[in-house]
Design a protein around this ligand. Structure first.
Ligand code: NAD
Length: 434
């Protein structure tokens, strides 16, 4: 294990833009708006702690393979750090640094008593058996056991880390401590301390924010037309909820295989009945028109003249190359980083209302926080309490972003950064770090 002052030798060379540089650029913009400099600025621009360690795993073949594991604890001024763990062949330290910075701002914006963190293992889960993945998950937690804990750093699921992996991680930590410790990690199955309402929390939180924006704008969401890119956890729940909560009409859907369209609307009930995992298109969907396969379909979906576009797939789908083709009135960013900074500027200039990711998709980490509170108190809430408190948290964050944006005449994304960064700075000052 090495500290951040050491040289970390195994980082892959990056061909594309370094995500940590993007995160720093965004912070720099806010730092200049807030007049931050000196040690405050230095501390905000750098992760406070980084860990890199090796994880030997006995593979099914009998051979041992060595995996690289990382954890970055970006800033803990507001409390124990929190953030997911990714299992991905392309994982890099710079991606994890960026994601840990974004977690810091997201937790601060939602006023959660957490700093930000992120972790990852360089591996290809698609090529590993369940037993190999379990040994890797347990090895990852053994490597980190002295650095995480319910009051220190609380991991969660992210790309390719499912409920089974999270349950194994919680179990390994509990075995090492010799008592059951559900509060060390969130995203657990219900039977081992998970929270009710976590499954649709990200989409639901986004809906509460959307409702609040519509109320401010005096817009009726009934019969609003919606296009959703990505049909995994977030996209499919968003489909269900825009119908259920607002009576809006979803006219287009996509996943990695392509996109479909129906002027009359694609009902959640029809789609979920016909859906064979994975892929909206593995089965014919009644009355729907195929916009195109793969990337082609996804590109067409982004051009549709809809009231609300919901990117819920991956990052950087709208860039300076296609931003001018986007015809939606509102973009609700449920995915992380779906717009590049250039696209953001083009669309903002064109008058599109952009509801930024770290406000729009913060419902997930908020219900993870509720899970942790339930674990620490040993008292489990019902679904009404989860929904009511999620709404309260999302609405409070929305109000602060909205008011700050008006008061300072800045975009909602800039306003979200201002609220979050100010909160972290205040805590650092009270702690006399700076
Ligand atoms: P998921 O893996 O369940 O689903 C992803 C969906 O995107 C799938 O339908 C997949 O087919 C589609 N997709 C993948 N690549 C695509 C491409 N190139 N073009 C079009 N579609 C593509 O993931 P998820 O949990 O639903 O997360 C979606 C997004 O939301 C991610 O950006 C994630 O970081 C963000 N997010 C998720 C949560 C959460 O609670 N799950 C919380 C915050 C943010």
């Amino acid at each position: 294990m090495v500290s951040r002052t050491s040289t970390i030798p195994r980082e892959k060379p990056q061909k594309e833009e370094n995500p940590f540089e993007v995160a720093r650029k965004q912070l720099d913009e806010v730092a200049s708006l807030l007049g931050l400099d000196g040690p405050v600025y230095q501390l905000l621009r750098n992760p406070m702690k980084e860990f890199h360690f090796t994880i030997p795993v006995k593979m099914d073949s009998g051979k041992t393979e060595i995996f690289d594991g990382y954890r970055v604890q970006y800033n803990s001024a507001l409390g124990p750090t929190k953030g997911g763990i990714r299992f991905h062949p392309g994982e890099t330290l710079n991606t994890i640094r960026a994601l840990s910075a974004w977690m810091t701002w997201k937790c601060a914006l939602l006023n959660l008593p957490y700093g930000g963190a992120k972790g990852g293992v360089v591996c290809n889960p698609q090529e590993m058996s369940d037993d190999e993945l379990e040994r890797l998950s347990r090895g990852y937690i053994r490597g980190l056991s002295s650095l995480i804990g319910p009051h220190k750093d609380i991991p969660a699921p992210d790309v390719n880390t499912n409920q089974q992996i999270i349950a194994s991680m919680m179990d390994e930590f509990s075995k090492l401590k010799d008592y059951s410790c559900p509060g060390v990690i969130t995203g657990k199955p219900l039977s081992v301390g998970g929270s009710i309402g976590r499954d649709d929390a990200t989409a639901r939180g986004g809906m509460y924010v959307l409702r609040n924006f519509a109320q401010k704008a005096g817009t009726d969401l009934r019969d609003a037309t919606v296009a959703i890119q990505g049909y995994g956890n977030v996209g499919s729940h968003a489909h269900k909820l825009v119908e259920e909560l607002f009576g809006a009409k979803v006219v287009a859907l996509s996943d990695v295989e392509g996109a479909i369209y129906s002027k009359e609307g694609l009902k959640y009930e029809d789609i979920s009945k016909n859906l064979k995992s994975p892929g909206v298109f593995s089965k014919e969907v009644q009355r729907a028109e195929l916009l195109g396969r793969g990337n082609d379909g996804n590109k067409e979906l982004l051009k549709l003249p809809v009231d609300i576009l919901i990117p819920a797939a991956i990052e950087n789908v709208i860039t300076d190359e296609n931003a001018e083709d986007v015809n939606a009135g509102v973009i609700l960013e449920l995915a992380n980083g779906p717009l590049t900074p250039e696209a953001d500027e083009i669309l903002h200039e064109a008058g599109t209302l952009i509801i930024p990711d770290f406000l729009a998709n913060a419902g997930g980490v908020t219900v993870s926080y509720f899970e942790w509170v339930q674990n620490l108190t040993g008292y489990y809430w019902d679904i009404d309490r989860i929904h009511e408190r999620l709404d309260r948290k999302m609405t409070a964050a929305f109000n602060e972003v909205y008011d700050t944006s008006i008061e300072k005449n800045i975009t909602y994304r800039q306003a979200a950064y201002v609220v979050a960064v100010q909160r972290v700075v205040e805590a650092m000052k009270f702690r006399k770090w700076v």
